[in-house]
Ligand binder design. Sequence first.
Ligand SMILES: O=C(O)C1=N[C@H](C(=O)O)C[C@H](O)C1
Length: 294
Amino acid sequence: MLQGVLVPLITPFDDSGRVDVACLERLAAESLDAGAAGIVALGTTGEASALDEEERAQVVAACARVCGDRDAQLIVGAGTNDTRTTIARHEQLAEFPGVAASLAVVPYYVRPSEPGIVAHFAAVADRSPVPVVLYNVPYRTGRGLGPSSLLELAAHPNVVGVKQAVGGLDADTLRLLAEAPASFAVLGGDDAYLLPTVLMGAVGAIAAAAHLRTSDFVQMVDDGRAGRVVAARARAEALLPVVLAAFAEPNPAVIKGVLHAQGRIPTPDVRLPLTNGSPAAVDAALTAIQAGHR
Ligand SMILES: O=C(O)C1=N[C@H](C(=O)O)C[C@H](O)C1
């Protein structure tokens, strides 16, 4: 079963704007060595929508190599806003050994009905060679899934979890956590609310801010899952300024700026329509990271 902290890796670009595969492998290895249970390739943070097919394949192959070496969980973003394309992206995952699951976002832009979204995911899960994790992120997609639809999909044998990112710990999420079968992994997807979500039953998290202070995120989630509430809360409070700073501008601009300032990636560049993190936002994040180490 999927569990623990998974880092949705940024995609590093070199000076010529190409994907820096060696750097990506290093970042994946650093995250896993710091305690992350796995990696998400081609997430929002990985700028998947700005990569072409060849680049996407490079990223998945690199992450599969590192996760394979370390026996770590690899989830690969494969959702689009069209059912046929989403099925095709899922079928391509059969070429990569060791993919634990796909991450399939609620179809964005077209604003389907909730039954339409359920039918979309059922069609994808029917055909996918790997288990499917739903990605419920209404503030990005314009549409979301309520608890009844999520629980209906949780009964599909090839739907194994959800990354729940609804902008808070709301009553719908509490109902989902209370009623989901034990085999269905609810993963927190809002970095600021990870601990409360874990305390109410989530088994892990997909958190972009875990690029920074990875081991603290891992410890916080471990403590939360084990019921060590005082320790977990202290760590969550210490990490909150890091999370707020990381998301002060559109993700992953600030995280890339920080990783570049730390010498971990060759450029801080994101691809348009995103723009690079401002120096002020990157400095504020570096200060927040440093403060938590004191
Ligand atoms: O790429 C991801 O997966 C994540 N993306 C979210 C976003 O950019 O909205 C943030 C979350 O931490 C993980």
